[in-house]
Write a protein that binds this ligand. Structure first.
Ligand code: AMP
Ligand code: MG
Length: 292
């Protein structure tokens, strides 16, 4: 069975393939993102659950194909989803509701927090390299090497000439990944300050959400203008033709999940895969089985 890659694969509720709306373009301003918007989507919230379920199945099937191809030795490519966003942007929800629909066997998930002592003893890309997806897998980075030009820049955790050199270094690193067969899906997730406040408030209201709350989140929130600037420079300096950034408005969780699902599906479709052919003779095996 050959995989069909057709326009009809895009659900009718999307006016265009999401990347055409969401790709960062020179001149785009982080400060002007309408975080409550739903670019490219003509449906509404009530359409989301059914469509999400349907597209999760599609994603899971493409993931299985990628995995099958690596198992049969036909293909060693991988996809890496990089999620960046301020606290409460919904990174965890993407992992749970989008990536969670795929077979865990073919997923390599890593979240990057404050570097451990061991990590600090190495170059900042060391822990990133260790977490890269093997061939046939979808890697998911919940935060990433971009923290090393975001939180590190905002707090001057290293001198400016050190973080300043990282943009070029990251571009070279990603070029290497792409040349090695990894498709990067880079997603910057944005919520408004008001929505962030509401989500943090919810964490303080609900005992089942306390675990997500960190008092330091408020300190970072107060630095939002500095973060906006850091995100702006990051997008400008590290959105490349081989590894472009996407900007996803995240005040509506149902939209951000649908959009990121489509970005992943687009990336997988771009691999132009088909199911691996058998490395045995099907007819012979059927006969052997019938007689066994
Ligand atoms: P969370 O994603 O809520 O678990 O928070 C992880 C925290 O680790 C965030 O505040 C990040 O900014 C922080 N973090 C991640 N990477 C780095 C890094 N390279 N240097 C400093 N802090 C980091
Ligand atoms: Mg947090």
């Amino acid at each position: 069975m050959t995989e069909r890659v057709t326009d009809r694969d895009l659900p009718a509720l999307w006016t265009h393939e999401p990347h055409t709306h969401l790709a960062f373009r020179p001149g785009d301003q982080v400060s002007r993102i309408d975080t409550n918007s739903t670019p490219g989507f003509r449906g509404n919230k009530s359409d989301a659950p059914t469509l999400q379920t349907e597209r999760n199945l599609r994603l899971a099937s493409l993931q299985e194909m990628l995995y099958a191809r690596s198992k049969s030795g036909d293909d060693n490519r991988s996809v890496l989803l990089i999620l960046q966003g301020m606290d409460t942007a919904g990174k965890g929800g993407i992992v749970k509701h989008v990536v969670g629909a795929a077979n865990p066997q073919g997923v390599r998930y890593t979240s990057f927090g404050k570097p451990t002592e061991e990590e600090r003893a190495h170059h900042y890309l060391w822990r990133i390299r260790n977490a890269l997806p093997p061939g046939g897998h979808i890697g998911v980075f919940d935060r990433s090497h971009y923290e090393d030009v975001l939180v590190v820049r905002v707090h001057n955790l290293v001198p400016p000439d050190v973080w300043g050199a990282r943009y070029d270094e990251i571009n070279a690193f990603e070029r290497e990944l792409v040349d090695g067969g990894t498709t990067l899906v880079k997603v910057a997730m944005f919520v408004s300050l008001a929505e962030q406040k509401a989500r943090l408030a919810e964490r303080l209201e609900r005992p089942d959400k306390y675990w997500k709350y960190n008092p330091a989140d408020i300190d970072e929130r107060l630095l939002w203008p500095k973060y906006q600037e850091a995100y702006q420079v990051m997008l400008e300096k590290t959105s490349t033709d081989y590894a472009p950034w996407h900007i996803v408005p995240c005040d509506k969780k149902w939209y951000s999940r649908l959009a990121i699902t489509e970005l992943l599906i687009e990336a997988l479709k771009g691999l132009n895969m088909s199911w691996p052919p058998p490395d045995f003779d099907v007819k012979t095996e059927k006969k052997r089985l019938a007689e066994a």
